[in-house]
Design a protein. Sequence first.
Length: 561
Amino acid sequence: MIRFENVSVTYEGCPEATVRDVDFEIPEGELVLLAGPSGVGKSTLLGTVGGLVPHFTGGTLRGRVTVAGRDTRTHKPRELADVVGTVGQDPLSHFVTDTVEEELAYGMESLGLPPAVMRRRVEETLDLLGLAGLRDRPIATLSGGQQQRVAIGSVLTPHPRVLVLDEPTSALDPAAAEEVLAVLLRLVHDLGTTVLLAEHRLERVLQYADRVALLPAPGAAPVLGTPAGIMAVSPVCPPVVELGRLAGWSPLPLTVRDARRRAGDLRERLAGREPEPAPPTAAEPPSPPPAPPRRAFSGWRRRPAPAPDASAPPAEVRSLSVRRARVQALRDVDLTVSPGETVALMGRNGAGKSTLLNTLVGLVEPSSGTVRAGGALPHRTAPRDLVRRVGLVPQEPRDLLYADTVAAECAAADRDAQAAPGTCRALVRDLLPGIADGTHPRDLSEGQRLTLALAIVLAARPPLLLLDEPTRGLDYAAKTRLVGLLRGLAAAGHAIVLATHDVELAAELAHRVVLLAEGEVIADGPTAEVIVSSPSFAPQVTKILAPQEWLTVAQVREALR
């Protein structure tokens, strides 16, 4: 169904090919997972299937890509639309209508399908993806995860023979991700649909893949094989595989079920041992916080941390309610975040996590109740003053990126934050090695853009740092670097609140987990207490080693030393 014949793609200004020597075939009715670190060319390779590369993105395509016998060099994306359905990393860039139902119907209208067929398929897709209750909602009012499901639904309704998906579960909560993957599996098994998808959260997808195509490094030829065979050599792997490597299991397990069956000996070795506790939170804001030893933070040592009110907690929310149009986004929320504390906001898509972050940074005004950041009311504080109290890294990092080069973005961030020149660029080098100064931010991958946005916000060194889905688009190595940085900030007294569906991140980083449902807080407590008892939000290691309360592979490794 999909055939890559010695395919290479080179973009103007890049000395090396982004992808090189891609030569393999995907038969009809197979689900192939494209894996590899950030920036190795996964999105580029996906783009060649639907003709977006090179017709839309530019660049030079060498070799040949055929889909259902059609050469993508001679067929533009619109001439492949009846065969290939594509969902990119940014669903907002795909939407052309205003409401959910209209968006699901748009692709079929473009193909000229009869109205009766369109109506039936829209209803089927609404039910498949759990969107029936949102059918009349304006797309702009949906959460990021809900928009992701609409984007996937919009390419399902025309019934394409090939689906190309870039990070399809990145913005979905665990339950919604399972539902979407179950739909894809049904299409593969029952209708013979061919699916090629790229995903960093391998723990969600690996068990469903027929084969894995691993891109090990930029410009390196892909390695194709079974999931178990590829995971044995892959530089990126999910916690279940990492735990299997640590325990010496062979063959490596790919699912929690397989790992549990083999974990008896490991549980015995861990019996009587306790996981390392989370680092304690700071009792009060440091003034100034101790300077981290790395040069990446050297500019921060030249000025004290902004502390308008040293006695006020970095974040304080009391009886907060927010109503947006017809939606009650938040209802009677109480939350206090102490200096040095990391809090993970979790819950289903649309539970109110992003709304809560936006009220803390002043983008949304409370309908009732109070919100304070460093003692100030965010929605009544001038942006120039607010940036010294709180910083937000949004779900869409492009909202913070305006300049033409990475160097220009960093220089502007230093000026806005009144930081020493080079502060932001040093952070980028620390988090994102190998990115040239002259690179355009729009040419970065989704994960790389998010990391750049994080560095821009950190240049102001806000006492309260807010992150909305901070691991979206990040591979495991980049996530490890991010965790190290955030732990250092928390140790220096910064309060961190992150909204995330990444249960592995919450297990590794958060002191507390706050669960939201329908805009209300339904659980608030230490990470282990909240997520261990949750079948949806428990990490893989917890599920494998239950009833013992281990959260991460790192904890197990430390205990076995």
